[in-house]
Structure formats: structure tokens, C-alpha cells
Design a protein around this ligand. Structure first.
Ligand SMILES: C[S@@+](CC[C@H](N)C(=O)[O-])C[C@H]1O[C@@H](n2cnc3c(N)ncnc32)[C@H](O)[C@@H]1O
Ligand SMILES: O=C(O)C(=O)C[C@]1(C(=O)O)C=C[C@@H](O)C=C1
Length: 247
């Protein structure tokens, strides 16, 4: 994995462009996401552990918005079910290219890993195969809000009995005081990880038009509306959480 530090927002940018998963972001992404998302390493590793409990033989395991394949690698470290295949999908060409390189490196280090397809494509246009695990790890928040319900509905239809969707997201909070407190604490987390006030402010402007977090209540209601029967939060650190949704 690239160890290049994230300094993308360190210099004054004047007009801050909208955040995009381009080549510049790809180069620093492992550092960026670890220093920006509280609990990210714990979520990724345990997503593999959880997935091993839900994986059913001869089904697909989806990593939607796979970026550099951190979740795909965790699935391959933990899931041992027969006949499973990991399908990693991302619409950023730069992410997909680097993801394939990392997975080739994983293949050369470990034997008997699950086979994996890395697809460059839009998850909104994907034809889902019968699946037992679907991971949306900080991806749904980048999908246009009006498209989220239909996507979750199609994921629900693809899930076999015994499977699960694992959904991780940045949260917003309906209670103003709770929202303010957890937002301030997230800024403190970023500061403690070496980001300056300028970096924090410019990143905030870059993502505000492209990343639209929902509240836990909105997620729960939408997942139930999409046909899931049960929604169980399994992790929260500050304003970032991960949920298990059962078919
Ligand atoms: C925050 S990153 C996901 C991080 C990654 N899952 C991980 O755990 O390391 C969001 C990813 O979703 C991808 N993405 C956003 N919209 C997408 C879409 N409509 N179809 C496919 N990928 C999408 C972006 O290119 C980006 O790589
Ligand atoms: O909320 C923020 O400040 C973030 O930087 C979050 C976040 C995310 O949740 O995906 C946004 C963009 C990058 O992919 C990494 C982290």
C-alpha cells in the first residue's frame, strides 16, 4: 500500500474544487481515509470477520465502491466458504487500476484466497448476481440521495437467506447539539492526526457538494423500506458508524 502522506489540501487553493476520486486522491488514499475516518481500520478488519458469518457457499460477495480494495482484501483474509467469489466495483478508473495491482500483490503473498473480479463500473447500473455479503463501506454517502433507495432495493433482491448488507457511513444527527458535538470531536480527531485548520476547512468545502450523509434514523427507515427485515448497528466512533442489514 502507498505510504504517501495526504497533503492535498495543505496549500491555499483559492476556489476549492469538488472532491473527486482521481489520480491525486488515489496516491494518498490509504493515509487520507485512515486519518479522516475514526475507526476505519477496525471497521475494515471486522467487516471481514462479520462477512465470514454471513457468507453462503456458491454466492457472490460484493465490495461496492471498493476504492483500493481494502474491504476486498479483508473479505479474502476471513471468508472460507466454498465457491464464493468477491466482486469489487468502482467507477474511478484510477482507483480500479491501483486496486488490481494491490490484489495481485495479495495473490502473490497468500494461497487459496477467494477469486476476485475487479469491475470498473457504476454500482447503480450493476446486474447483481445472487449474493450473501454486500459491503457498502463509505460509498452510499457519495450516491445521489434520490438514487439510494432503488440501489438498496436491488441489493436486497440479490441477497440470499442468511446473508447481509454491511453499510458504513458518516452520520449526521437530527439533534443540533449532538450534531455539533460529534462534528467538533471529528475535527479534533483530524487535528490529532496532523491535519491543519486549513486542510480541514478546504476538505470540508471539497466534499460538501458531493458527499451527503444521512442520519441513523434515515438509514434505518430507508433500509426497511428497501425490504430489509432488521437493521443492527455494530460500530460507531464519533460521527461514523457501520450497520448490519438483514434480508
Ligand atoms: C470513500 S470511498 C470507499 C472506501 C472503500 N470502500 C474502503 O473501505 O477503503 C468511495 C468510493 O466509491 C466510489 N464510487 C462513488 N460512486 C460510485 C458509483 N456510482 N459506482 C461505483 N463506485 C462509486 C468512489 O470512486 C470511491 O472509490
Ligand atoms: O468527513 C470527512 O471529513 C471525510 O474526510 C470523510 C471521507 C469519507 O467518509 O469517505 C471523505 C472522503 C475521503 O474518501 C475520505 C474520508
Amino acid at each position: 500500500m502507498s505510504k504517501e502522506p495526504d497533503r492535498l489540501f495543505a496549500q491555499p487553493l483559492g476556489q476549492v474544487p469538488d472532491f473527486a476520486f482521481n489520480e491525486d486522491v488515489v496516491r494518498v488514499f490509504p493515509d487520507m481515509i485512515k486519518r479522516s475516518v475514526p475507526g476505519y481500520p477496525t471497521i475494515v478488519e471486522n467487516l471481514g470477520v462479520l462477512a465470514a458469518q454471513f457468507a453462503q457457499p456458491n454466492t457472490a460477495l460484493y465490495d461496492l465502491g471498493s476504492s483500493l480494495g481494502a474491504v476486498t482484501q479483508a473479505l479474502r483474509r476471513h471468508v472460507r466458504s466454498d465457491g464464493c467469489r468477491v466482486i469489487a466495483v468502482d467507477n474511478s478508473a484510477a482507483m480500479v487500476e491501483r486496486c488490481r495491482q494491490y490484489l495481485t500483490a495479495q495473490d502473490s503473498m497468500f494461497q487459496e484466497l477467494l477469486p476476485v473480479d475487479v469491475i470498473e463500473g457504476d454500482i447503480l447500473a450493476l446486474e447483481f448476481q445472487p449474493a450473501s455479503v454486500v459491503a457498502l463501506n463509505f460509498t452510499l454517502q457519495f450516491i445521489a440521495p434520490e438514487q439510494r433507495l432503488a440501489l438498496l432495493g436491488r441489493i436486497r433482491q440479490s441477497l440470499r437467506p442468511g446473508g447481509a448488507l454491511i453499510l458504513s457511513e458518516k452520520l449526521r444527527f437530527n439533534d443540533t447539539e449532538e450534531h455539533g458535538l460529534l462534528t467538533d470531536l471529528h475535527v479534533a480527531f483530524k487535528r490529532a492526526n496532523g491535519y491543519s485548520e486549513l486542510e480541514i476547512a478546504q476538505k470540508r468545502s471539497a466534499i460538501e457538494n458531493v458527499m451527503k450523509p444521512d442520519s441513523l434514523e434515515e438509514h434505518r427507515e430507508r433500509l426497511l423500506e428497501a425490504g430489509f427485515s432488521k437493521v443492527v448497528p455494530w460500530f460507531q466512533c464519533l460521527n461514523f458508524a457501520s450497520l448490519i442489514a438483514l434480508p
